[in-house]
Design a protein around this ligand. Structure first.
Ligand SMILES: Nc1ncnc2c1ncn2[C@@H]1O[C@H](COP(=O)(O)OP(=O)(O)OP(=O)(O)O)[C@@H](O)[C@H]1O
Length: 318
């Protein structure tokens, strides 16, 4: 495992009365080499606090974590990590190229290599044409892409991105998604946090769902959603003798003997398939209707928060 946490916990003390807020609660997490891991949760779930602990920016209250088998905080591990904070800050009077050279120097990229590395990264994030423009003139999407270039400048094995798509328009989000996929192709491990669920579905090998500081679910998206077949859609050439078995479903389309029927109950769908086959008909398609990740997420959020659910925060908007 490239990254591992064991019962990682952060309790903040807030206000004059030192009210305790458990931002991250006994988090057990593992990230394997080469995977894109999505750390998913609504606002205030504890994503940034977790990432800050992993990056050594704040100390855990209890528990442990290691990156590349080095306990955090580790200088050695940090040299192999690229990190994009949730709100990256730049010296805005610099150009993109100047800023990247500055970050390259901070990351100990040898002088002889700096020029080539920066040019290559500016190209990768699509900023070559704007490289000599001041950052204050960059759009939010361009700043985010510069932030990703900054995270990559030390040629890290692990890239940690905190809400990399937040606040971007659909084109900007797609650019960042494509970049993350490119990182995977280059053999990097990517750990990123987000509350934008469609991005997670199209990108991640595995996801961890954090709600109110606790990791509630973790796994491949198809595994998380596999138990949630809501309905089964059957399209078949149905001989008259098998029509009765299809009457338990809802007819969607009829074209001669070719019918498309939706069953709420998987057993009724199985029985209909059996009847079609026995009567000499032909099954053309059998499609399970599953929850989307968004359905799953909102359901889990509602379960966990009960009456206090905050669907607006979880709905996955930009
Ligand atoms: N420095 C702090 N002092 C006190 N409470 C904090 C501090 N930082 C975070 N918190 C609290 O910890 C909880 C988790 O916050 P965190 O920023 O980790 O959530 P998040 O999942 O990253 O949310 P967002 O998507 O809004 O950034 C919240 O209740 C937040 O108010």
């Amino acid at each position: 495992m490239i990254l591992r946490t064991e019962k990682l916990t952060k309790v903040f003390e807030v206000g004059l009365l030192a009210r305790k807020v458990t931002a991250v609660d006994a988090l057990d997490l593992e990230v394997a080499p080469g995977e894109i891991f999505g750390f998913v949760g609504p606002n205030g779930a504890g994503k940034t606090t977790t990432i800050k602990m992993l990056m050594g920016l704040i100390y855990p209250t209890s528990g442990r974590a290691s990156i590349f088998d080095d306990p955090i905080p580790s200088r050695r591990a940090k040299a192999r990590i690229g990190y994009l904070p949730e709100h990256p800050a730049y010296y805005e009077f610099l150009t993109g190229r100047e800023a990247l050279h500055f970050f390259a120097k901070l990351s100990d990229v040898p002088g002889a290599e700096r020029e080539r590395r920066c040019d290559e990264l500016l190209e990768l994030v699509g900023l070559s044409a704007a490289a000599d423009r001041q950052i204050r003139k960059y759009s939010k999407g361009m700043q985010q892409r510069l932030g990703i270039a900054q995270a990559l400048v030390g040629d890290p094995a692990l890239v940690v991105l905190d809400e990399p798509m937040s606040g971007l328009d659909p084109v900007g989000r797609k650019d960042v998604r494509d970049l993350i996929l490119e990182l995977k192709r280059r053999g990097k491990t990517v750990f990123f946090s987000t509350h934008i669920l469609p991005d997670v579905e199209s990108l991640c090998d595995r996801v961890g769902v954090i709600l109110r500081g606790k990791l509630r679910d973790v796994g491949r998206i198809d595994e998380l959603l596999s138990g949630n077949v809501r309905a089964v859609e059957l399209t078949a050439a149905v001989p008259a003798a098998a029509r009765e078995a299809l009457s338990h479903g809802k007819l969607l389309r009829a074209d001669g003997d070719r019918l498309t029927v939706v069953f709420d109950d998987a057993l009724a769908a199985d029985a209909a398939v059996g009847a079609v086959v026995r009567a000499g008909g032909k099954v053309i398609a059998l499609t399970p209707h599953r929850d989307t990740l968004e359905d799953f997420f909102v359901r889990r959020l509602t379960e966990v928060h009960g009456a206090e659910a905050e669907p607006a925060a979880a709905a996955g908007g930009a």
